[in-house]
Design a protein around this ligand. Structure first.
Ligand code: 5AD
Ligand code: FES
Length: 357
């Protein structure tokens, strides 16, 4: 039995570069994954329902100031059709993701969730940004099971710099994550690794915070510079000691994924699309062999995919839902793992679906 990792241990592992030592980290993370969540991989179909966003995030291509992007919002019927496709492909969950789009009103989202829950056996995950408690409560009551909101970095000063506030009274993401838990959601969060100005120490604290928040789902991806953003052009350049700066490499993401598995043994941890983007050949597989147990195949209709450009050269941008389904099944089989059946989350309580906004 290994003793729980301390913050100092986490930091030392993040700075570790000896391949033989890292091999022991990968093995320990893989074994912890196998013992706690088994060999099956959950598939969560991702539908990017709107690229509109009111925020100014310095890292994200959907930021309101990026005028070179054609914006779209899917129709409810199109979203339903994507959900039916998720069922046809054998996925247990559909994830509805968007920028912070207030065109997605409380009623509109509640209606879409209710229709998916009435028509399909899918778990519904929402990832719609920082919304009000009343909205989050109404969507939960409409049947939404899970909510994803990455805190991106636990370094408060860096977060404020790269994620300007809209509302000075807003609670911030970490209190919102606690609120989501109280509303009965399964809660997911996560970070980007390699943000300019992000230190090794702050990534160690992020991983420690995953443990403290007792998160159900944790997504970790590399920061990928987008040329139409202040962090991508270098216009915004937080200054820190070069030795402190965490790189945005594959290796550091694998370390963060493996350490996350060790601190949250039974969490659902995706091998992310951003990781697959920086190593298209086998980034996904390596993530799955170093702690991850979830994949998020893209189900966004082909005509919209290219327009949801959070970062450039995103994996699967040219593919169809059916191509991604086939591709991921093949990759899972090739590494000797199996596909999980069903929604793959915590047991749900009976819930009411007719409470309105
Ligand atoms: N590089 C990598 N990941 C990004 N995200 C947003 N912009 C980028 C980028 N440039 C991630 C954030 C966000 C999630 C939906 O996508 O972590 O929470
Ligand atoms: Fe989309 Fe491989 S998962 S092409």
């Amino acid at each position: 039995m290994n003793a729980p990792l301390t913050l100092t241990d986490i930091l030392a592992w993040l700075r570790e570069d000896d391949p033989a030592r890292l091999k022991t980290l990968w093995a320990r993370a893989d074994e912890t994954r196998r013992l706690n969540v088994g060999d099956t991989i959950h598939l969560r179909g991702l539908v990017e329902i709107s690229s509109w966003c009111v925020r100014q995030c310095a890292y994200c291509g959907l930021r309101v100031d990026n005028q070179s992007l054609t914006r779209y919002r899917m129709e409810p019927g199109e979203i339903l059709e994507s959900a039916r496709q998720a069922v046809a492909f054998g996925y247990g969950t559909v994830v509805l993701q968007a920028g912070e789009d207030f065109g997605l009103t409380c009623e509109w989202v509640a209606d879409v969730v209710r229709q998916i829950k009435n028509e399909t056996p899918l778990a519904v995950t929402l990832s719609l940004g920082e919304r009000t408690e009343a909205e989050l409560d109404a969507w939960r009551k409409a049947g939404a099971d899970r909510y994803l909101l990455r805190f991106e970095t636990s370094d408060q000063a860096l977060f404020e710099l790269i994620h300007p506030r809209r509302n000075p009274d807003a609670a911030g993401r970490i209190p919102l994550l606690r609120q989501l838990k109280q509303l009965g959601y399964e809660v997911g969060s996560g970070i980007m690794v390699g943000l300019p100005g992000q230190t090794y120490e702050s990534v160690a604290r992020d991983i420690d915070l995953f443990r403290e928040l007792d998160l159900d789902m944790i997504g970790i991806g590399p920061f990928i510079p987008h040329p139409q953003t202040p962090l991508g052009t270098g216009e915004l350049k937080p200054v820190i000691e070069p030795d402190e700066q965490v790189p945005n490499t594959e290796l550091i993401v694998y370390k963060a994924v493996a350490l996350t598995r060790l601190v949250r043994p039974d969490a659902n941890i995706p091998s992310t699309t951003a990781l697959a983007t920086i190593n298209k050949r086998n980034g996904r597989e390596l993530g799955l062999q170093r702690g991850a147990n979830v994949l998020m195949p893209n189900l966004t209709p082909a005509k919209y995919r290219k327009l949801y450009e959070i970062y450039p050269a995103k994996a699967c941008i040219e593919e169809t839902g059916s191509a991604c389904n086939g591709c991921l099944r093949m990759r899972i089989t090739a590494i000797g793992r199996q596909i999980a059946q069903g929604p793959g989350g915590r047991k749900r309580h009976a819930q009411e679906r007719d409470v309105l906004c």
